[in-house]
Design a protein around this ligand. Structure first.
Ligand code: RAM
Length: 908
């Protein structure tokens, strides 16, 4: 029996308020039948469900189309207009010729034209300044409705972050809507179906408005970066039985008043005085709002998931009183470094104020270590109204923490006093990875939690200190891993739009997106290159061609910028006057020259542009970028490889840069200098620079070496690793590719040795120290030196979690075929090693779930796999011997499989 399920539109189930006029529709075949695949489909889209029941469709009847495409079929029917809701279903013919039909799904358009908006931006009177926080304003509008209400939609947005309610009931569960875009250009709006919240007669709409990113503290830039106070825009449209419509739009008739939230800020925290909750329905002291005009801001329908409450954590220990005799400083341990807020429950006399502090880690004396939060105060306050048990949760702040300290509370304390509420963009978890080594399982958990904590509206470097920025380099290195753990397609589609908005007129792309000031406007090598690498990664994992189309022009402009600024194809040469980039950020005593990294990434970008242009069927561009790749590769060889003719000036300039890098304490680990002895290389020109692991890794991974130097490069890389006692020295830039380079070039053993290394620098070092997220630095804390500099020492930075992709793809063996992206065809080629007895990974793809599960039992190797319907997989067994497939004798290591469940058993 085949079912057609999981109908989605633009990655969402029954989305409301989209503004994409040819949205993409996807569905799945659900069946365990071996070889199940789609041979044809017919999509029907109609304005009423009734039509679909009779196979009629006034918006689109595609007729039967012979095709196996079941993912992202673009709607090409009658033009969709504002507010239009359409219903759709799909009929699918399988390989037996049988037709199966889906249930009905729908999608609904938002406001497509700017004159659909009748509402105005409203706000309170100005208070607060660049450094002074303000009480949170509450807005309201009373209105009467007559007649029978058939439907109602609320279109709403803010410069700031909002929560909205109608007649006292929340309009949605969204947290921190409308997210962070460059508010000088664009803000997203949300659409909610609020039909059930309204009634005939008197109604009230209310909204509360936090500073968020628009008016609150952003990184180290102070407050009021986009607007001097938060502002709201709301439009409630009510449709009645007779077809008429009434609109209640934010305007000068709305009122505001302050309430119990006396300040609220992402970085600083929130203060709530319950005595200020309004006990009366009398609104005579409410004040009229002010009106604002922002004609330059584009209103864009929400793209990708909103932030939601995802899960709750309780203290794993009985809270400990660290307040001594006063018994009033309790520390809770949630057992997991998390991002979000807490719920607090307690009883105390009116006027009692409890202070909440948050930390990722404890200091030597078991008190909260908060120095690494820098200027982020990350402190909340709750003042009791004194009316029995009171429960409180902050609204417009979030913290990164495992430990919570409450001070000033003298009531009974138990584990239930504090609950951790995990917030992140509501992406579906799609991947799981488990193996026989508990430390690697903890590493996987740490990577996943790093992703949760830093995928909150935008991909950030860290969630806790005064930073929390969309660092382009960090997501560039982590994106591939992220696609295994969660469905990030919608989330990254939005961020790509943010990148386009942030791109400078000259084509450069800043180090952080949205741009937040005080960082280079050209992100430099490996940072700005996210412009190309991230959409390509999304394309490969989700088969999303549109993200390439939408960003293609921006990618080209970026390429033009870097080519223009790279005379002779050497990018960021020492005499270049622009920004040289961040180097191999946080590497350990191994400075890879910035021009080396720049030039390598220029070549890599060109090679990706060849692929992208070919997907988009642009042969001229394919040829252009192919030439650029070859020219850059040749320049790279002439400049950096042995025997190159480098001028003494270049050598001198590069020495100067080496010294500058070495003096840059923040970016470097603080290991004692490694004595390399006489540096010799048969690959690189050592007059120009000291070869590093990252240098070998980039040259090999980006295909920049002539074939006859590759094996020497691998040998020298391995020698460097071994020379450091089987340790890596790579920073953000080299680490993601290091194990790939080793395992793809015959040194799987060394890759596993690095993965299994427990002393630092290594992936497992932090795990052995009890880490529950990925640390920013290999040596965030060490036995001998304690904490790294508090100026830059986050314990929740996903960049080094980029090893996750290697674990899924090499240990568990799940690999994309870029020519049939989105796992339409994929390979299952596990490479066991490192003493592992088993590995088990699953991945929910657009077609269904892939399973890859291998184990050793004595001399028997068993491999269980699941290939989803409408896909194929090439299995490559890692062992040879007498084999069986589903109980029948089978020969060979490579097998092309169609959909189904399979078990290979090999006697080695
Ligand atoms: C740090 C950030 C980030 C990194 C930049 C260069 O401040 O935390 O991880 O990309 O610097």
């Amino acid at each position: 029996m085949t079912k057609i399920t999981n109908l989605t539109c633009e990655y969402r189930t029954n989305p409301i308020g989209i503004d994409i006029v040819n949205p993409r529709l996807s569905w799945q075949m659900q069946t365990e039948r071996q070889g199940a695949r789609q041979t044809a489909y017919r999509i029907l889209v109609a304005s009423t469900i009734e039509q679909l029941t009779e196979d009629k469709a006034d918006y689109l009847d595609s007729d039967k189309i012979e095709s196996d495409q079941s993912v992202q079929v673009a709607y090409e029917g009658q033009a969709l207009t504002s507010r239009q809701r359409v219903y759709w279903k799909v009929q699918v013919w399988d390989e037996t010729g049988t037709m199966n039909e889906s249930d009905v799904a729908w999608f609904e358009m938002g406001l497509l034209e700017s004159d659909d908006w009748q509402s105005q931006w409203i706000g309170a009177n100005l208070s607060g300044g660049v450094q002074s926080m303000i009480p949170v304003p509450y807005f309201r509008k009373d209105f009467a409705l007559e007649g029978d209400i058939t439907s109602a939609r609320l279109y709403i947005t803010a410069l700031g972050v909002f929560e909205c309610s109608i007649n006292g009931q929340a309009a949605s569960n969204d947290v921190f809507a409308p997210g962070w875009t460059d508010y000088n250009k664009r803000v997203q709006y949300l659409t909610y179906d609020v039909t059930s919240l309204l009634k005939s007669g008197d109604n009230t709409i209310g909204a509360v408005l936090g500073d968020g990113w628009a008016a609150g503290y952003v990184a180290w830039a102070g407050r009021q970066n986009y607007v001097d106070r938060p502002q709201l825009m709301a439009q409630l449209e009510v449709t009645f039985g007779d077809g008429t419509r009434k609109t209640i739009a934010s305007d000068g008739s709305w009122m505001y008043q302050y309430g119990p939230i006396t300040h609220s800020d992402f970085q600083m925290g929130e203060a709530y005085d319950a005595r200020k909750e309004r006990q009366t329905t009398d609104t005579s002291d409410w004040m009229p709002v002010q009106i604002f005009s922002h004609t330059n801001i584009d209103l864009t329908a929400q793209i990708g998931p909103t932030v939601q409450q995802i899960q709750e954590l309780s203290s794993v220990i009985d809270p400990i009183d660290r307040g001594g005799m006063s018994r009033s400083r309790w520390v809770f341990d949630l057992g997991q470094n998390m991002v979000g807020r807490v719920r607090f429950k307690g009883i105390a006399p009116a006027g009692t104020t409890v202070t909440f502090r948050f930390a990722e880690i404890l200091d030597a004396d078991d008190t909260l270590y908060t120095t690494n939060l820098r200027s982020a105060r990350a402190t909340d306050y709750y003042t009791f109204k004194g009316e029995g048990e009171e429960t409180w949760e902050s609204k417009f702040t979030f913290h990164g923490f495992r430990y919570v300290e409450i001070e000033g509370y003298h009531g009974d304390v138990s584990k239930d006093t504090i609950t951790g509420i995990v917030l992140h963009s509501a992406m579906k978890q799609t991947g799981t990875f488990e193996c026989s080594d508990p430390l690697l399982n903890q590493l996987q958990s740490n990577i996943l939690w790093g992703q949760k904590g830093n995928f909150l509206e935008l991909p950030t470097d860290c969630p806790q200190r005064d930073e929390r920025l969309g660092w382009t380099g960090d997501i560039q290195v982590f994106a591939e891993t992220a696609t295994f753990n969660m469905d990030i397609a919608g989330f990254m589609t939005r961020w790509a739009l943010n990148v386009r908005d942030a791109q400078n007129p000259d084509g450069s792309v800043p180090a952080v997106v949205p741009y937040a000031g005080n960082v280079p406007t050209d992100g430099g090598p490996a940072w700005a290159d996210a412009t190309i690498i991230c959409p390509w990664t999304v394309y490969k994992s989700y088969g999303d061609k549109r993200i390439l189309e939408e960003n293609y022009e921006s990618m080209n402009r970026f390429m033009d910028f870097i080519v223009e600024n790279s005379p002779g194809y050497i990018r960021c040469a020492p005499d270049y006057e622009g920004w040289h980039g961040f180097g191999d950020w946080l590497s350990v005593n191994a400075n890879t020259p910035r021009d080396f990294i720049g030039t390598a990434f220029l070549a890599y970008d060109a090679s990706l542009m060849v692929k992208i242009a070919s997907v988009l069927d642009k042969p001229d561009d394919v040829a252009h970028y192919q030439q650029l790749f070859e020219d850059t590769k040749a320049a790279f060889a002439n400049h950096y490889l042995v025997g190159s003719e480098v001028s003494p000036v270049a050598v001198q300039a590069s020495e100067l840069r080496r010294e500058l890098d070495a003096a840059d304490k923040l970016t470097q680990g603080n290991l004692a200098k490694v004595d390399y002895g006489d540096i010799s290389s048969t690959v690189f020109n050592t007059d120009l620079f000291t070869p590093t692991q990252t240098a070998y890794v980039l040259a090999l991974y980006f295909d920049l070496l002539p074939d006859d130097l590759r094996s020497a490069a691998i040998d020298e890389l391995v020698a460097d690793i071994e020379g450091r006692g089987t340790h890596l020295s790579t920073g953000f830039v080299g680490s993601p590719y290091l194990n790939y380079v080793l395992s793809q070039n015959g040194r799987l053993d060394t890759a596993y040795d690095l993965l299994n290394q427990k002393t630092w620098p290594s992936w497992l070092y932090a795990v052995t120290q009890g880490a529950t997220t990925i640390w920013e630095r290999w040596d965030g804390w060490t036995e001998d030196k304690g904490f790294q500099t508090p100026e830059m020492n986050s314990f929740n930075h996903y960049a080094y979690g980029a090893i996750g992709a290697w674990m899924y793809s090499t240990i568990a063996g799940i690999n994309i075929d870029p020519l049939q992206p989105g796992y339409k065809h994929f390979s299952l080629s596990p490479q066991p090693g490192g003493g592992l007895a088993y590995a088990h990974a699953t991945l929910e793809t657009a077609y269904g779930e892939i399973v890859s599960d291998w184990k050793y039992d004595g001399n028997t190797f068993t491999y269980n796999v699941v290939v989803p319907p409408n896909t194929t997989a090439t299995v490559t067994l890692p062992v040879t011997g007498k084999g069986q497939l589903n109980g029948k004798a089978v020969q060979g290591q490579s097998h092309l499989l169609d959909a189904g469940q399979y078990e290979f058993v090999v006697e080695i």
